[in-house]
Design a protein around this ligand. Structure first.
Ligand SMILES: Nc1ncnc2c1ncn2[C@@H]1O[C@H](COP(=O)(O)OP(=O)(O)OP(=O)(O)O)[C@@H](O)[C@H]1O
Ligand SMILES: [Mg+2]
Length: 495
């Protein structure tokens, strides 16, 4: 037999297309892949529409990007439309020439795409899995099912753009009944999951000068910044840029504020879609698009309660996709061997710092060192045990002592308070639920906080301080630094 003889064995369309559904997408990662395409096509706005109709529910992603001509659309619908080996424009979020098809068909059995280039005619193509199964042929249909038309209408109002429509959502709404409240609620829950995921993945692309605006059922998404960069107590650790194959890879570790420095709303927001514990670790960005949202990247470290304030950003260009083993679903990245030692060193520092902050209730990151701060309770070590003494030099204690008519009773009360702190109870509950320890004045309204703050302010003023000096002193008296807005209202005219 000649050496160059061969059999032609193209895959069976009917079976391979079913296998291509199993790339490991879930609903949020599949939709993120479509939004990638919209952003790569220069969209300023992307609208996701979820329409509930039981088993006939549909999802559409509409963008005002540059759109596609008929030839481009046919090519876009081809599995493997681009080789992963071909270099991409720096702003291109794609790599494999697969996402539009594999992401969509992981969730639905009929994918219709309608698109138009500026001012040109609308073009439509459709992959229907039942047609492929029946014909065992890659038949890309020219027209949408008539039931698709109402969902494709929006594009007619845009000069250019693309609509991707998913019908027959067998993974999401098979056997679901339109009238069932339970089924409807579950659908709404899935939408919420998508909102949170996309707000996280595209948070950088949704802010700044060229921001893209993303809407889910007409509600704009809220970007989720994992690093709380605008919070004054977030700590940005120093770091040096790394290089790989001559390309710069920026690594920026952050230690987030201790929970006592966050308001309840900030704490809840900081938890992100998967919670504080899950979101520790590295965050890998590729052209500002988040691929990995908290992972120790195979260094063998389990997620640890004490390290959850450590979040480390890595920025990659899309030229390193192969070296970082970026996968089709854009949800995994593996650092190349040559960078592992450096990354480990950087992570170890961030982990140590994060543990420190977690353990010492944020003391290291506060404006004053803990020795300059006045606390009501003073920890005292004696014979390997820690006791907590009421600080008799605290201005409120002194004031109470000086003004009381019964010093003996007050002294006895302070002593008893000190001796009977429910330490055991506090230790157990803080070990069981470390995030659930209330902050000072949690749940109190402003007048209650003000009442205490004012007593101290007046006592400072009475000792000869100006209003400004009294405010500065209040800042050093824990926990009033937590309420800067209230503090700022105190001035010379405060009675
Ligand atoms: N919303 C869109 N607007 C304009 N062009 C699009 C849109 N979606 C897809 N395309 C075109 O279709 C092509 C194929 O998209 P697809 O998502 O399948 O692969 P990719 O983005 O090239 O790579 P990846 O598999 O990594 O996503 C894109 O490269 C782009 O040219
Ligand atoms: Mg893509």
């Amino acid at each position: 037999m000649p050496a160059d003889s061969f059999d032609r064995t193209p895959p069976h369309a009917a079976s391979i297309v079913e296998s291509l559904r199993a790339f490991g997408y879930d609903l949020p990662t599949a939709l993120a892949d479509l939004v990638d395409n919209s952003i790569a096509a220069g969209a300023r706005q992307v609208w996701l529409r979820f329409e509930w109709a039981g088993a006939d529910s549909v999802i559409a992603v509409i963008d005002d990007g540059h759109g596609m001509s008929a030839i481009e659309l046919v090519e876009a619908m081809r599995f493997g439309s681009h080789s992963p080996l071909v270099p991409r424009a720096p702003s291109d979020l794609g790599r494999f020439g697969l996402g539009l098809k594999t992401a969509s068909l992981s969730q639905c059995r009929r994918l219709t795409v309608r698109s138009r280039r500026d001012g040109a005619a609308l073009e439509t193509r459709c992959w229907d899995l039942d047609t492929i199964a029946a014909t065992d042929d890659w038949r890309l249909l020219h027209s949408a099912d008539s039931s698709a038309e109402p969902h494709l209408a929006h594009l007619a109002t845009l000069p250019h753009g693309t609509t991707v429509l998913w019908q027959q959502l067998d993974r999401l709404t098979r056997d679901q009944q339109t009238q069932s409240d339970k089924h409807h609620q579950r659908f709404l829950g899935r939408i919420e999951g998508v909102r949170r995921h996309l707000g996280m993945v595209f948070h950088r692309l949704m802010t700044g000068h060229d921001a893209v605006r993303i809407f889910v059922n007409d509600r704009p998404l809220t970007p989720w910044d994992p690093f709380m960069e605008s919070h004054e107590a977030t700590h940005r650790l120093p770091t040096d840029p790394l290089r790989f194959n001559g390309v710069r890879v920026t690594v920026q570790p952050f230690v987030l504020p201790h929970f006592s420095r966050l308001t309840k709303a900030e704490h809840e927001h900081g938890a992100g879609p998967h919670g504080w514990l899950a979101h520790q670790g590295f965050y890998v960005y590729r052209r500002d698009r988040l691929l990995v949202a908290g992972d120790w990247l195979g260094f063998g470290w389990a997620k640890d309660e004490h390290l959850k304030l450590a979040r480390i950003a890595i920025e990659l260009p899309n030229t390193l996709d192969h070296d970082w083993q970026i996968n089709v679903t854009k949800s995994r990245a593996t650092p190349p061997l040559a960078l592992r030692d450096d990354l480990k060193r950087i992570a170890e520092r961030a982990r140590a710092e994060a543990k420190n902050v977690y353990t010492h209730r944020g003391a290291r990151l506060t404006p004053q060192s803990s020795t300059e701060r006045t606390h009501l309770w003073t920890p005292m070590a004696k014979h390997d045990r820690t006791f907590y003494q009421i600080n008799r030099e605290h201005p409120l204690v002194r004031q109470a002592m000086e003004s009381t008519g019964d010093r003996a009773a007050l002294t006895a009360l302070l002593r008893l308070l000190q001796e009977t702190i429910p330490l055991q109870h506090i230790t157990i509950s803080s070990t069981e639920k470390p995030d659930c320890q209330p902050q000072p004045f949690e749940g109190a309204d402003e007048t209650q906080i003000m009442e205490v703050m004012l007593t101290l302010f007046r006592s400072f003023r009475a000792s000869g301080c100006t209003a400004e000096e009294a405010r500065t002193r209040l800042l050093t008296h824990w926990p009033f630094e937590l309420f800067p807005a209230l503090l700022a209202t105190l001035d010379e005219s405060t009675p």
